[in-house]
Design a protein. Sequence first.
Length: 81
Amino acid sequence: DSSAVQDQLKHVQQVQATGSAFAAILADGSVVTWGYPGCGGDSSAVRDQLKNVQQVQAATGGAFAAILADGSVVTWGNPRQ
C-alpha cells in the first residue's frame, strides 16, 4: 500500500520491488521506498546518500542496491542479503 508516500510519487522513472517492499527512482535522482521495513521499505538509514541515483536493483530476499551517478553503490534492507 503506497498511500503513505503517494504524495511523493511524482515523476517516477523506475520502480523495483522485493517480495514485500518497493523503491521508486524519481526524476530528480531521489528514491522513495515503501512496504515492509525489514525488506527495504524503510530507507531512512541511507536517505542522505540516496541522491543522484541512476538505477536500483532489488534482491528477492528483501534488499535494494542503488547505483549513483558517480558509480558508487548504496544498499539497504535485509542485511542478510
